[in-house]
Design a protein around this ligand. Sequence first.
Ligand code: NAD
Ligand code: IPM
Ligand code: MN
Length: 348
Amino acid sequence: MSLNVVLLPGDGIGPEVTEAAVKVLEAACAAEGIALHTESHDFGGIAIDRHGDPLPAGTLDACLSADAIFLGAVGGPKWDMTPIRPEQGLLRIRKELNVFANLRPLKLLDCLAEMSPLKSDRVRGTDILIVRELTGGLYFGDREEGLERATDSLVYTDAEVERVTRIAFEAAKGRSGRLTSVDKANVLASSRLWRSTVNRIAKDYPEVAVDHVLVDAMAMHLIQRPSRFDVVVTENLFGDILSDEASVIAGSIGLLGSASLGEGTRGLYEPIHGSAPDIAGKGKANPIGAIMSMAMLLRFSAGAPDAADRIEAAAEAVIRDHVRTSDLGGTSSTQQVADAVVEKLMAA
Ligand code: NAD
Ligand code: IPM
Ligand code: MN
């Protein structure tokens, strides 16, 4: 089979983790007999500099005709005060591709339990899938921006909640059968709609046990007893915040990858971290989140779940072998970690 992947390296550590993850993707595809075609396009701050637009038409066209899109990271201090921001390109591409469900898995490796700032007996066994709604909510509501008054609107329709909720229920069915829906239904109308839609869809999944947790309490429970959660579904902004919080449990934000999916098999894959301007250009970025995103790309957009499993196993073995970047207490560079993952893949 053939696989056409558009790469959007972006800004800061984006190009570094993209280079690392592409090495792993290339090795996995070669081993699997997949004819891989990749092409890079300008996106984010670099695209503002070169084209005056974070998502130039040529980049969008390429993404729309690809099987999958891999994105490094965008943003940085250079564009923080510009009238057009790199992050606007990110929101637009998610919307244009209609990838409404952002899957962010978090599995604590036993060998990293000591890296967690939480007590290791609390975090051991943590294996959570956060399903974050990605194309609605506060990010996409009407906005007014003035010097004396500014507003953002949080809008959800029943249909928007239903489609992401179904993905979460399907995921829960294939895992331990527990789904936690996170909202703020004690205050927000959009959350009350969210909760009633989740309860309606729950009737189609009698084998899944659902509970509802308010987002403020969830922020506490996640840290107090993360292993009690399996699949977590929530609206866009809550999912953004809770997933960065949850990444600390795993040991570093640099470990988490994500898959953003819509109706078909085309997906957008990105590590959950940002462009990390504080460590950009130093070879210090942890590439594991980007590599895990490539594994998800193979699983969901290439129909190659075995190759995905092999990448995940190789990445875990490399971490166990203490080939780690400095965020995990190691001395290896971004590319050294990637090379070690490739080596493990070839040896497997
Ligand atoms: P960030 O995720 O870039 O960095 C937060 C902290 O985590 C920093 O200390 C950084 O060094 C560290 N970190 C992040 N990724 C790491 C990795 N792979 N390995 C080791 N350490 C890592 O968040 P921020 O500093 O709040 O944001 C910086 C910029 O990135 C902003 O412009 C923001 O808008 C953007 N951003 C982009 C994305 C994206 O493109 N998907 C996501 C989040 C933030
Ligand atoms: C993420 C980021 C983005 C988001 C920003 C950069 C727009 O934080 O991918 O998690 O909030 O979705
Ligand atoms: Mn985020």
